[in-house]
Design a protein around this ligand. Structure first.
Ligand SMILES: Nc1nc2c(ncn2[C@@H]2O[C@H](COP(=O)(O)OP(=O)(O)OP(=O)(O)O)[C@@H](O)[C@H]2O)c(=O)[nH]1
Ligand SMILES: [Mg+2]
Length: 316
């Protein structure tokens, strides 16, 4: 059976299989992605990020339910849910809660951040491409935290929603460092708790200090009580407005270029390393490593040697 064809025809099992394949990586995954590539580029890719327990999964489920009500299909990827005990289960529970399970217009997949050369950013990008090719109108990507990995993943999204909670206090300083730069929308979730208005004010103050272009997009700061579905419509509307803004301002093309550039670099890193591994024997690796340890060869020179060997062996 042709996996790509089955997936394009809407086969659920093929979709699940394809996602497992790209999570693992390797030559078969590459062939699949190559076959799907011409069918990508339709979905609105939305990243949802924030601290552990901020309510990302609850919000994602509520947004998915909202978009289903407006007739759109939704693919969801949860990257490395924090709890090792509930991996995937949390999001699954939220979705069940929202009565979305059994709806063929929604597909959910959790991904672990380990076990793949080239890392989670690449695996996530590939999973997004699979859901995009499968025809989902919206592809939501949930990621935890504020590290470089999240920034990489955010770079695969058209629209990034950053979730805060009331009284995040010190965290807000951390946001300033990196997260604010990737936020297209800021959401203060758990607005049923004390201090939500203050957090909104802090975020707005911070945005007013950030040097946003006068003619550009100013990230709205919205509130939500995701567990009760409050604020979800406004968040969905702002998300859609952001995509329209990207298109109308011509910035969509810029984001696509940036996405393509990052993707190509990630693939190149992964491919080059894989090629070196395939073409240089492990005893040759060990010999170089021994020389580095003995300080008779520096690691940069060793890397050059490995690349030279991989390429000179390429003909044979
Ligand atoms: N009071 C209140 N609780 C909420 C709200 N949204 C989510 N929660 C609760 O917060 C807890 C964490 O919610 P999740 O949606 O799992 O949060 P998450 O950010 O996905 O968590 P991780 O994926 O583990 O990082 C759950 O117990 C939710 O029921 C809200 O608006 N108000
Ligand atoms: Mg979650």
């Amino acid at each position: 059976m042709d996996l790509a064809q089955a997936l394009l025809e809407g086969n659920r099992r093929a979709l699940a299989q394809a996602l497992t394949l790209v999570e693992t990586g390797g030559p078969q995954a590459r062939m699949l992605l190559a076959a799907l590539f011409a069918h990508t580029g339709r979905a609105h890719i939305v990243g949802v990020t924030g601290a552990p327990g901020a309510g990302k999964s609850t919000l994602v489920a509520a947004l998915a339910a909202h978009w289903r009500r407006t007739g759109r299909t939704v693919g969801i990827i949860a990257v490395d849910p924090t709890s090792p005990f509930t991996r995937g289960a949390i999001l699954g529970d939220r979705i069940r809660m929202q009565a979305l399970s059994g709806d063929s217009g929604v597909f959910i997949r959790s991904m672990a951040s380990r076990g793949r050369l080239g890392g989670i950013a690449r695996a996530t990008g590939d999973a997004v491409a699979v859901l995009d090719a499968a025809g989902f109108d919206m592809v939501l990507v949930e990621t935890v935290g504020a590290g470089q990995g999240e920034v990489e993943i955010a770079a695969t999204a058209h629209t990034t929603i950053v979730i805060e909670t009331p009284g995040a206090g010190d965290d807000i300083q951390a946001i300033k460092a990196g997260i604010l730069e990737i936020a297209d929308l800021l959401v203060v979730n758990k607005a049923d708790r004390d201090g939500a208005e203050q957090t909104v004010r802090q975020l707005r103050a911070m945005l007013s200090l950030a040097d946003l272009p006068a003619d550009g997009w100013t990230p709205p700061v919205l509130t939500a009580v995701a567990t009760r579905g409050e604020g979800i419509e406004a968040i969905a509307a702002a998300t859609e407005r952001h995509l329209a803004y990207l298109r109308e301002s011509g910035r969509f093309a810029g984001r696509e270029q940036e996405r393509a550039r990052r993707e190509l670099r990630l693939i190149l890193q992964e491919t080059a390393l894989a090629r070196v591994h395939a073409r240089v024997s492990s005893s040759d690796w060990d010999a170089l490593i021994a020389q580095i340890v003995a300080r008779t060869l520096d690691p940069y020179a060793a890397a050059d040697q490995l690349l030279d060997r991989a390429w000179s062996n390429a003909g044979g």
